[in-house]
Design a protein around this ligand. Structure first.
Ligand code: GLU
Length: 648
């Protein structure tokens, strides 16, 4: 097929945009390895079974350069996923930044060496206490692995939420509802130790919930009661494989035997349940069925998985029951919702309440040192490190959860608006920054009191500056919008913020000749001489492209300022014109020049960004580079400028 035919079909023109986006130097060729890197940065490694075809075709062209036709051939049927990767249409669009932050969190948590590993059975006592693995898997199957992420560990109590799911599913298969399970096990936090013998005092004599041992023995009893323990365990392992999208978990037989030998307390619990008529079957439950339930519980505690597998199972929970790696439904939605509710209330032993307040995510831990967390709709995370705190939760695991909650906006009960203190991994950093500033600045610039009022109600910080430290008050003062200025001052924003050029709103009002605004600002204690150099700035008509999508423009300028190549690629792939300008006529090239962002600058120039763009004060990107003394960007701009506007 000829190139023009390829480009004329709609699909091909979209793919052309992708090609253009990752052809950083704009020469019409892409290294095959660039595609591998792009995929890896988005969380898709070469061992990813889903992309075996694509990685196979790329391996055949190892070391080769691809033109557009070859690029199309390599992508083949996988162009859709590649498009989502480059455009950032994935659960975590900026996976590379997320991975960097997680690596920092991992390193910080590694320093936590307190606590003691479990020693009640030899196979747990023998584990190297320094083991530390972390994996995160998103609902789009992006995978992050750190440390011992590929090493098997004993899941122990992590089996409990899954056994609960399996019990619910088994009942559903035979046409029964959730009540068939909860007839035997409660749904209340126990407020007691995980191995307490206490039963609910509401007259039902049920264990409090499926996350305590008594409850887990009951849920085990509900999984395929008519079959042998081994058959039931095989069934559980097959169900796990649906959740992880991979192999069945290994059964650590030595661990199972040791659990059985050491499990006096669990035997006591099972006997107490049977005595109270609280085992499924009630008073007619046989000693064999009780023993089998215990045996199945011990067996499921002795399953061994990697944190990557458990994180994938957690991602299946985050994804409403569909495994992100296979796209097959492993659990019904209702089952997942019940399980997550239970984990939220009771997943972290007798530290569950505090964990819920501080971290705000459903989680479950086990005595083997594993902890997994579910961020509904986003991802699953699993950490393994054997040393435990006084509640029996992995010290490093809890530390990772704390750091995650401190760095990212993930708490289930955070207010819905974008918050300034923590980024949200669901947004790229530039999109997050844009979301905080762009709407307020555009609204202030055009006198839109209503929008600002709405933002204020959402507790958006209206004093926040953009990539040039321009604030809504600067914009409103420059244009003389009194109602906006009043609203901003009433909202308590700083009356004298200073932008990149050292200008405050008072300077703006003075050079705009807005006497009433000047008076109002002075009444707010802004009393100073106009900033040096500001008086001679004359407002110029805007020449750069006025693109309709304000948020996309802000994202573009933030990405350029941060020298964020992935961010620029995402915008090109989405069809955002790179030379779009903001409310001050500022373009991505201005920002790259101002911040000395050389990679971004090269990228913009290679993608045809005009160099003679001027902001509202008449400054070109070269003027910016000069003013901020960025020799690298200055030299590049001079090299491509035939007639510099202001030769030295
Ligand atoms: N096998 C352990 C028990 O039932 C698991 C305990 C746990 O991980 O909390 O005692």
């Amino acid at each position: 097929m000829a190139m023009h035919e390829l480009q004329s079909s709609r699909g091909a023109s979209r793919i052309w945009r992708l090609f253009h986006a990752i052809d950083d130097d704009g020469d019409g060729w892409i290294e095959a390895v660039t595609l591998v890197e792009v995929l890896a940065r988005a969380g898709f490694e070469t061992d990813d079974r889903r992309l075996a075809g694509l990685f196979g075709r790329l391996a055949e062209r190892q070391g080769a350069r691809l033109d557009f036709t070859a690029f199309l051939a390599v992508l083949g049927a996988d162009s859709l996923i590649f498009e989502r990767v480059v455009r950032g249409d994935l659960a975590v669009p900026d996976f590379a930044s997320f991975a960097e932050e997680m690596a920092r969190i991992f390193a910080e948590a590694a320093a936590a060496r307190g606590g003691r590993q479990a020693r009640y059975v030899a196979p747990l006592a023998e584990v190297n206490p320094e083991r530390f693995g972390l994996a995160a898997v998103t609902v789009d199957g992006q995978i992050l692995r750190l440390g011992d992420a590929g090493v098997d560990f004993s899941i122990q109590s992590i089996c409990k939420p899954f056994n609960y799911c399996f019990a619910l599913e088994e009942q559903a298969h035979v046409g029964l509802q959730r009540d068939a399970v909860h007839r035997w096990v409660g749904m209340e936090p126990s407020g007691r130790r995980y191995d307490a013998a206490a039963l609910m005092e509401d007259g039902t004599d049920r264990p409090y919930n499926p996350m305590v041992n008594a409850g887990a023995i009951v849920t085990a009893a509900l999984i395929r009661p008519g079959e042998t323990v081994d058959e039931r365990l095989d069934r559980v392992r097959r169900l796990w494989a649906l959740l992880t999208g991979g192999d069945a978990p290994r059964l650590d037989t030595r661990m199972r035997e040791a659990e059985g030998r050491a499990g006096h307390r669990n035997r006591l619990l099972a006997r107490a349940l049977a005595e109270a008529g609280a085992m499924p079957g009630g008073p007619s439950a046989t000693p064999e069925s009780v023993g089998d339930a215990l045996g199945l519980y011990f067996g499921t505690c002795a399953l061994a998985l990697t944190v990557t597998e458990v994180a994938t199972a957690a991602a299946t929970l985050a994804n409403g029951g569909i495994c992100p790696l296979t796209r097959s439904r492993a659990l019904r939605r209702r089952t997942v919702r019940d399980c997550l509710s239970m984990m939220q209330m009771s997943g972290m032993y007798d530290g569950s309440g505090e964990f819920c307040l501080r971290i705000g995510l459903p989680a479950k831990s086990g005595v083997g040192g594993g902890i997994f967390l579910v961020v509904p709709g986003l991802m699953g995370v699993c950490v393994w490190s054997p040393r435990l705190n006084a509640h029996g939760n992995s010290v490093r695991g809890v530390r990772v959860a704390e750091l995650l909650a401190a760095r990212y906006r993930l708490h289930a009960f955070d207010p819905p608006a974008v918050s300034a203190d923590r980024p949200d991994p669901r947004l790229s950093l530039s999109a997050w920054r844009a979301a905080q500033t762009a709407r307020a600045l555009w609204a202030a610039g055009c006198g839109d009191v209503q929008t600002l009022d709405g933002l204020l109600n959402q507790q958006v910080d209206l004093g926040r500056g953009d990539y040039d430290r321009r604030t809504p008050l600067h914009l409103a003062a420059a244009t003389g919008h009194m109602p906006v200025i009043r609203l901003l001052l009433d909202a308590g924003v700083d009356a004298d913020p200073i932008d990149r050029w050292g200008r405050g709103p008072l300077d703006e009002a003075e050079s705009g000749g807005h006497a009433a605004v000047v008076a109002l600002l002075k009444a707010h204690a802004v009393r100073r001489d106009p900033r040096v150099g500001s008086a001679e700035r004359e407002l110029q008509p805007q020449q750069a492209l006025d693109f309709g999508d304000d948020l996309a423009v802000a994202e573009l300028l933030w990405a350029a300022a941060a020298d964020d190549l992935d961010g620029l690629r995402r915008l090109v792939a989405r069809g955002v014109p790179l030379h779009a300008a903001d409310y001050d006529g500022r373009t991505a090239l201005h920002l790259a020049a101002s911040e000395g962002a050389e990679r971004a600058l090269d990228y913009l120039l290679a993608h045809g960004h005009p160099i003679d763009v001027r902001d509202v004060w008449g400054a070109t990107p070269l003027d910016d580079a000069r003013r901020e003394h960025h020799d690298g960007t200055m030299a590049r701009l001079i090299a491509v400028t035939r007639s510099p506007t202001d030769p030295d």
